[in-house]
Design a binder for this molecule. Structure first.
Ligand code: MG
Length: 267
């Protein structure tokens, strides 16, 4: 199942996305939010037919409305090394605020406060069910609603200067997400994550190279805080991070999800 969130007649809706003659189209309106499936089958959610709308023509919104965005830093060895960091002994967590969310197609704004703004292409995980203090052997898959593309945009100079990352990671527009949420992926066996700037490949990773497997990450977060339906986890970026400037277009592709595309502007 695939769904998006989009604007129709001035209102935000969730829509089911299907491939029709090779093109992705929004075919049904969901009458409740996907998180209300609470781990059940998205197919069972109430929905109604709509005039098919090609995804490429839709005004997309970020497909998630999380209470929080929990991110994992340095979850690929080669990325830790490229920034001169040790491989962490346990997952390194930080937040991005929901106010940073933007949809595919919206602009990443480079703030005047920063001299260097980097892309970080990542697999995003959307939670289906409330979870807290999962057991060490508990299967996390029933807690996952689906997967999406995330760009963990980072003011690298402020990250280095501040010692903690709230400002560097938290500017408005610093969390592009989308275009879809898809449930039929398996990050445990490997999902390709690729980032391109102006069409040129900059990052090529695969989730099979995670230092901390997705289940370990979710169980680890759940020891600290309750994850709610709709919460978003950004799972870390592969090597190849780098800066963007105004006029660039950044694309993050996750195998099986599609491509998140955002232009960059100066504020
Ligand atoms: Mg990151």
């Amino acid at each position: 199942m695939k769904y998006c969130r989009f604007q129709l007649n001035g209102q935000a809706h969730y829509g089911l996305v299907e491939s029709v003659a090779g093109n992705e189209e929004i075919t049904r309106l969901l009458l409740t939010s996907p998180e209300s499936a609470e781990g059940g089958d998205l197919q069972d959610l109430p929905s109604k037919r709509m005039d098919h709308l090609p995804l490429a023509q839709a005004t997309l919104l970020a497909p998630v409305c999380p209470s929080k965005i929990v991110c994992v830093g340095r979850n690929y060895r080669e990325h830790a090394a490229e920034l001169g960091n040790e491989v962490p002994a346990e997952p390194l967590l930080f937040f991005k605020p929901p106010s940073a969310l933007i949809a595919s197609g919206q602009s990443i704004r480079r703030p005047k406060l920063s001299e260097r703004v980097d892309y970080e292409g990542e697999l995003g995980v959307v939670m289906a069910r409330r979870c807290y203090r999962l057991e060490s052997n508990e299967d996390t898959r029933p807690y996952i609603l689906g997967y999406t593309c995330v760009n963990d945009v980072t003011a690298r100079d402020l990250q280095n200067k501040d010692g903690q990352w709230t400002r560097a990671k938290g500017f408005d527009t610093f969390c592009p997400v989308g275009p879809l949420v898809v449930d039929a992926l398996d990050p445990w066996t490997g999902v390709a994550v690729e980032t391109r700037v102006n069409g040129e490949v900059r990052q090529q990773g695969n989730t099979k190279d995670f230092i901390f497997a997705l289940g370990d990450v979710i169980r680890y977060i759940s020891q600290v805080m309750t994850l709610h339906p709709g919460d978003l986890i950004a799972t870390g970026t592969p090597k190849g991070v780098g800066p963007v400037v105004a006029g660039d277009v950044v694309e993050v592709s996750v195998e099986g999800v599609g491509t998140l595309q955002n232009p960059v502007v100066d504020e």
